[in-house]
Design a protein around this ligand. Structure first.
Ligand code: CP
Ligand code: NVA
Length: 308
């Protein structure tokens, strides 16, 4: 590939129009697939996937998505690569670009992701860092649109921990014009770069502590695990975050038509009860499915293909 590679690292690297184009493509690819049609947009292209941490959805959806587009994948575990013996991310990016057509990586350090992308001459896709999970939030936006139409102007409540999924939602709120209220405990307030992005989002995002206030009248309620990959204080988190559990009482404060989202994996009984995650407002399995369609659109975009 010539020119600057089309990396997909953070939602706020993009304009609204670019992300809108990817979502439109995702909806179109999903509808084609449901008709049994699999456009071979990435025929014979090879995607390398590097996992420094566990994954079910990201791993399977990228693998299946690439195959549906006519391409192939190589699955790599970070600790079986020379990365585990301190080969730099930049050198890894340089070398892998000589073999494969694109790289997807799940790695905790966002700085490491950026370093890999800096060395790579092929597109690099963020499959989750401690800072951001942009593929997840693209699937979430797609899911909201399928169920309720445009998210612009809608009231979105985030309840729980300040983490990577929240960070990408803050970026999405700014880019898609929704009204995001974030309820997190003082003890787990956002770190500086997330706080800076909340400020940058202006009227589209606000931070409070009270989960009831955040959920009141919301069109969409979102939570995630209280213990993300890389967190070491699980017991303390469970104690502090207990008042932020999404149960039927908390959901009843939202709009009666509100949706419930969780990126999964869920820790049932911690951040969400069975009644809510298995209840009629929950769209968690659609979010999981839409990882496939949204990522196919992201992959196509990375190869310069923006419409069918
Ligand atoms: N939501 C998500 O990224 O799931 P996995 O960790 O299973 O990939
Ligand atoms: N916030 C979670 C998301 C898992 C998909 C984590 O980083 O572990």
């Amino acid at each position: 590939m010539t020119g600057t590679p089309r990396h997909f690292l953070n939602l706020d690297d993009f304009t609204h129009e670019q992300l809108r184009g990817m979502l439109d493509m995702a909806h179109a690819l999903k509808s084609r697939l449901k008709q049994g049609n699999r456009p071979q947009l990435l025929k014979d292209k090879v995607l390398a996937m590097i996992f420094e941490r566990q994954s079910t959805r990201t791993r399977v959806s990228f693998d299946v998505g690439m195959r549906q587009l006519g391409g192939e994948t190589i699955m790599l575990s970070g600790n079986e690569m020379q990365l585990a013996r301190e080969e730099t991310l930049e050198d890894t990016g340089r070398v892998m670009s000589r073999y494969v057509d694109a790289i997807m990586i799940r790695i905790l350090s966002h700085a490491d992701l950026v370093e890999l992308a800096g060395g790579a001459s092929v597109p690099v896709i963020n499959g989750l860092t401690r800072r951001a999970h942009p593929c997840q939030v693209m699937a979430d936006l797609m899911t909201y649109e399928e169920h309720r139409g445009s998210i612009e102007g809608k009231k979105v409540a985030w309840v729980g921990d300040s983490n990577n999924v929240l960070h990408s939602w803050v970026n999405a709120a700014e880019l898609f014009g929704c009204d995001l209220t974030i309820a997190v405990p003082e003890e787990y307030s956002p770190e500086k770069d997330l706080m800076d992005d909340i400020t940058k989002a202006g009227d589209n995002a606000r931070l409070i502590n009270d989960p009831n206030e955040a959920v009141s009248g919301a069109d969409l309620v979102i939570t995630d695990t209280w213990v993300s990959m890389g967190d070491t204080d699980a017991a303390e988190r469970r104690r502090v975050l207990k008042p932020y559990r999404v149960d039927t009482k908390l959901m009843s404060k939202a709009d009666p038509d509100a949706l419930f989202m969780h990126c999964l994996p869920a820790h049932r009984g911690d951040e969400v009860t069975d009644e809510v995650i298995d209840g009629p407002q929950s769209v968690v399995l659609d979010e999981a499915e839409n990882r496939l369609h949204a990522q196919k659109a992201i992959l196509a975009w990375a190869f310069g293909i923006e419409s069918l």
